[in-house]
Design a protein around this ligand. Sequence first.
Ligand SMILES: Nc1nc2c(ncn2[C@@H]2O[C@H](COP(=O)(O)OP(=O)(O)OP(=O)(O)O)[C@@H](O)[C@H]2O)c(=O)[nH]1
Length: 366
Amino acid sequence: MKAALISSLLEQGCSPDFDEETNRKILVVNLFALVGIMLTSILGLRALLGQEYPLAGSLFIASIFFVLARQIQLVYNNTVGRLIAVNLLLGCLMGLMAYLVVSGGKNNTGPLWIYVVPPVAMFYAGVTRGLMTVGVFTLMISLLMFFPNDALLLTSYDQDFKIRLLLSFLTVTFLSAFYEYSRQKTFDTVQQLSEQFEQQALHDPLTRLPNRRGIQQQLTQELARLRRNGRPFSLILADIDHFKNINDNHGHSNGDEVLRRVSGIFQNRLRGLDMVARWGGEEFLIVAPETPESNAEALAEKIRTSLAETPIVLNGFPIKVTASFGVCEVSKDVELERALTLADKALYKSKQNGRNRVTCAAVTSE
Ligand SMILES: Nc1nc2c(ncn2[C@@H]2O[C@H](COP(=O)(O)OP(=O)(O)OP(=O)(O)O)[C@@H](O)[C@H]2O)c(=O)[nH]1
């Protein structure tokens, strides 16, 4: 129950529509703001009870800013809102730290909190801007601490303590920068690999065409378009004729070459919006958006002629490659699965009727 409440507080504002990195930043702003609110409230209350009114006041003000940053992120959950929230958190954090350095906080332990600044700045602002932010903060606290005669301090620190504080702070800064740099690099590599794997999973390595899974995206898009405007789209199934003979007579690698060339010819003959995929071994699926069956038949005929008229040269010898085609329209009356079955039947008819021809599903159902 408690865990569910905490996780819902932390995940407020996250959305499946945002990328992983954005959701992580929202979550960390929530986490940081909630921890900040709790810490500054508790410490503020203690300072109040100890009658340390300026310290209590500044802790409560910081607490209010933390609440404000979280609210801004929740209400304006867009890039600008998140940027304002992050800068408010960072500004408030650095302001509070500067105050703790100036006042000394409780028993001069205030400066010990400044180590929170580098990791937070690096995480939110990235390495370059994070280093710049921490650089400004370092200059500010150096000025406060080393100004002659402690004129800018409400307390005083030992000179050795100030130098060691600064050096250890710089060490933590560089470690945080290095950590953030490695994190970002790893994140980029993982992202790149995931895009690469996704690409590989959706494409056929031989022809580089989308595979069955890859064309699904286009089919889903076309179905959505059909639902919106009611205009049918068409499927053209193409199967190379006697491909087994090509493999047997010219070898498997030449067979592969034929598949590559055929896919090139198909692509060259298609219009901008049309898409071709490798549907199976020597079978291709062409999706023609907003195209009724009669127009798709003409398109298939154009592709068929083009393939039949383009000799494919293997080891210096031209060979004639043809394909058979089956065409079917997907409309409000014919669902996708049924259209695929009908296109397959039409293709079978083309094979039966002597190959190197186009058959429409409408004809086969007559
Ligand atoms: N080289 C090569 N051959 C493949 C590939 N995928 C499938 N094949 C071959 O394609 C051939 C298909 O043969 P069949 O199904 O008998 O069809 P076909 O010889 O084209 O005869 P019809 O379709 O009836 O004209 C088989 O020999 C498969 O081994 C591939 O990626 N590369």
